[in-house]
Design a protein around this ligand. Sequence first.
Ligand code: PLP
Length: 374
Amino acid sequence: MSAYLDNAATTRVCPQAAQAALEVMTEGFGNPSSGYAPGRAAAARLEEDRAVLARRLGCAPGEVTFLSCGTEGDNWAIRAAVRRGKRTGRHIITTAIEHSAVLEPVKDLAAQGYEVTYLKPDRTGHVCIDDLRAALRPDTVLVSMMLVNNELGTLQPVAEAAQLLRDTGSQALLHCDAVQAFLKVPFTPSALGVDVLTISGHKVRAPKGIGAQYIRSGLDLPPLLLGGGQERGLRPGTEPTAQAAALAAACEAWPDGAPEQIAAVKEYALETLASVPGLEIVSRGDAPHICAVSLPGYPSEMLVRDLSDMGVYVSSGSACHKGKPSHVFAALGLPKRTLMGILRVSFSPESTREEVDALRDGLLHITQTRIAMR
Ligand code: PLP
């Protein structure tokens, strides 16, 4: 039996999503911009799929723009925010634990002369709203804060950030990377109070190559790409109709009780893995699907390789890049031995207790057969 416990990296496409994509690719394949019947049918189907996604997000269909992935959405929000705010200033606030899809474009802007404040997390992986209050300036044009951290599973205070921006009359655009939050934690963009919010399909059992941007109605966000007038001119390029159909189908197929069901498997994992000698829990995760543990003395990359040989798949992935701990875990100020032995374990509605048992057995085998480093 194999155990796939890296669902924060990507998920298996669900049959309903695969079927919807197949139908659109082979039958409903018209170009939505074409005026004849197959084109009009494709355009109508795309709007139905947009409506499904909007219902799941809790927003109006007109506030949803399809795009290729979370990375595109994050880049777009950031670049658009600074263009929009060019008369207001050149100060950006984000967190030290964002995904590189946020940190890299921000770094690029810093190289162009923008000033960036990175909010640091506390030891539990949460950023503090008082730090945002202290960082906020009249020339701040963008605050970008993720809702769920992809390595720790921690929830960040996005709604409080929105309230603070309102209270202080800030001109800054509030962007939220909700790639790991969508369908896992309850939220709507309007209840959070964000201007722009990014999601990605492949984290929720849709295929890779589809994401969506929520753009608050009334907000004039300049496009990232220029071209034809697709997606109301906001995201030109022939629409990814099959992927959009798959994302809508994945949303409809997402079980109602999924967060509770996933959380129960994670709780089981945290209990079960405690029987592995020396194992430390680094983050229990506020979100139901992500936790992080460490086996000090056993380098993450070796653990991932050995577990993989036993058919058990977890991540050091973003946790440990080329022997260097990720910026997220490094930001927690953990001891080096803990830092070097971190594994991220992440779940989907398909995850089972048997998979968790396989992970525990794999780790027990490693601790019994390999000598820990000092
Ligand atoms: N943001 C977060 C929090 C993520 O976890 C990821 C992917 O791991 C991304 C952005 C990038 O999304 P995509 O893979 O769709 O480009």
